[in-house]
Design a protein around this ligand. Sequence first.
Ligand code: MG
Length: 385
Amino acid sequence: MTVAALIVAAGRGTRTGGLPKQYRMLGRGSVLARSVDVFQRHPGIGSITVVIHPDDAEHYHASLEPVAKLAPPVTGAATRQGSVRAGLEALSDIAPSHVLIHDAARPFLDAALIDRVLAGLTEAPGAVPGLLVTDTLKRATDDRVISGTVERAGLWHVQTPQGFAYAAILAAHRRAAADGRSDFTDDAAVMEWAGSAVKLVPGDAANAKLTTAEDLTMAEYRITADVRTGSGFDVHRFCDGDHVMLCGARVPHTHALEGHSDADVALHALTDALLGAIGDGDIGQHFPPSDQRWHGADSAIFLIEAARRVAARGGIVAHVDITIVCEAPRIGPHRDAMRARLASLLGIDPSRTSVKATTSEQLGFTGRREGIAAMATATVRLPIT
Ligand code: MG
């Protein structure tokens, strides 16, 4: 058995808006890259070909690292059926004994599912993963009034990858196209129409199709389920000046804060909190005060680098919370600007940021107005490894 994987990624994903969903990031790689990776690792798969939309060559190359089994992409057609046929025709040089046709919008397939489809192909020219329908099914009129209950016994949801004898599925697609049929929604339907047997093998509920924006969000949460928290603390003393930088906002004051950079004590604490959440050292290690490059630097640079390090791990910043300890200046009037600035630097919604302030009741160095202290907590979500 020689098996080629054909991944259909030619859809435009209009229901999720913007970048087609197969090219969206999901953990460390794109949605498409996850399927490619599973086929690449499976010893039973000899080659991988992706069918793409003619406008998506750039997205395709940006979202996939070249891997050993990956053949050049094939340009698809206006319908899914047409795209699959283009992909099948492109495989005629390799002429594998079998082909697994998979939708790029199902990034959660696994090796065990591929094994079951391959096993099914030893018994029939077609094998597709399916799950028994467990919900009650209703038929309804156009204005959503139920007109009947559908007998669900013997009904299955089918998924991909769908496996076929290559010569049989290619012939079936060619015949369907010659007959002017373009309305088949999966490849098993083309095989059935052509009169070939297709066997159901157990599917996998985890192998869901990502259709809506919510599906993508849920998929991201499923992948980045390893929640980590980091804390940070920093102090800077007052010196002569007329403003301080706090959370990237310029706050007029009777003094400035002394420091090698712009002395934004809040951003320094938060940078350490992010680095702490991913166990990646601290701000002094990545930005040594001895380095002249950081003299007078905008501390946003440090925070952006910490956020980049989180992203490089496939992580997302879920929430940040900062407490600023000082008798003055007053933080309240600047809170919204600070949250907006943090959100913008981290690329997250302002609702995922928090800035709080307290005095220390005139006790200690902050109470004596000698400087400002800041504490920060960062919550990040990392991919499960
Ligand atoms: Mg500092």
